[in-house]
Design a protein around this ligand. Sequence first.
Ligand SMILES: NC(=O)c1ccc[n+]([C@@H]2O[C@H](COP(=O)([O-])OP(=O)(O)OC[C@H]3O[C@@H](n4cnc5c(N)ncnc54)[C@H](O)[C@@H]3O)[C@@H](O)[C@H]2O)c1
Length: 333
Amino acid sequence: MIPRSEQYSAGCRVGFVGTGGVAARHAAVLAGFDDAVLVSATDADAARAVAFATAFGTDVAPDIDALLAHGLDAVYVCVPPFAHGPIEERLAGAGVAVFVEKPPAVDESTAERIAAGFTAAGTTTRVGLHWRVGEPALRARALLEGRTVRVVNGRWLDKLPPVPWWGDPARSGGQVVEQAVHVLDLARFLVGEVAEVQAVAGGPPGDGTGGDGVRVDGATAAVLRFAGGAVGTLATTCALGWKDSAALQIVTDDLVLDVGERGLEVRENGATTHRPFDQALAHRAADRAFLDAVGGHPAVDDLPDHAEALRSHRLACAVSRSARSGRTEQVDP
Ligand SMILES: NC(=O)c1ccc[n+]([C@@H]2O[C@H](COP(=O)([O-])OP(=O)(O)OC[C@H]3O[C@@H](n4cnc5c(N)ncnc54)[C@H](O)[C@@H]3O)[C@@H](O)[C@H]2O)c1
């Protein structure tokens, strides 16, 4: 457990590194907790930090050292994939708990290095793979208890996200690493480890030349072999004109589940039931789980820590690597 700051009794003192879209979402949730104090924020783009500070009443810090000088209990790292590494390495030795937005890095080796630093420092961590703490995933997990999963079909069918770094695979990691990791993480949570993957990828969206700066794969299809015997697929595209769906279908001998951003659909004995996914509730549950972990409450949450999220990142990287190499890639859990 990390040492609490002297001020903790007045609430968990929180700082932010990266103040874009997802940081604002976390800040809005935390502002509704009576045991969170939003203290300071820093961003590579100072104007964004100022806008965030104005919206949420924080200080603006020019860099991470100035941020930490506020005596924080916890820091949210809400930067794009390419920016992970030096930030976490600075935070690991600082005696603060760290919430990292997914993915943990743009590649595997940076994420491994960060994880080793957190482990060595004994840092309390959580990663924003919040599907796990949504009601559909938790209910699906209970339904699958004692059942044998035969086949799994994951998908993420979407438009290009509007953030400027996304179309460059060297900065985002591509769609599987940056987005579909939610689906792969849910597959691990509900079905177990994946032992090997084989993937192929299609050319960039848009005019397909990459001349518009969009050089990520426009589509990926992968075959997965689970260690427990199930087989599965993952299909992604970012070339659609709208966000269609992001979900996982799981088939046992007597049950078909569809679980994802639209909720949980269960088909059993000719009957279909549907429960919606309240994403706002899952976002709240994720931030609550982190704050409770920082406060030293027993770990009862299902939100993954950095070491567990790293396993899903390794799987996403293996899919991406297979699409490049054309080979079946073994996944190291
Ligand atoms: N869990 C979820 O549901 C969810 C949802 C949205 C985004 N995300 C993840 O959050 C991350 C950020 O996404 P976003 O939509 O907020 O992006 P964004 O582009 O809106 O914001 C990122 C911010 O980080 C800043 N930044 C970049 N490098 C930095 C550095 N070295 N130090 C400090 N600040 C730096 C940028 O200036 C920008 O303000 C992505 O990895 C994304 O996948 C997760």
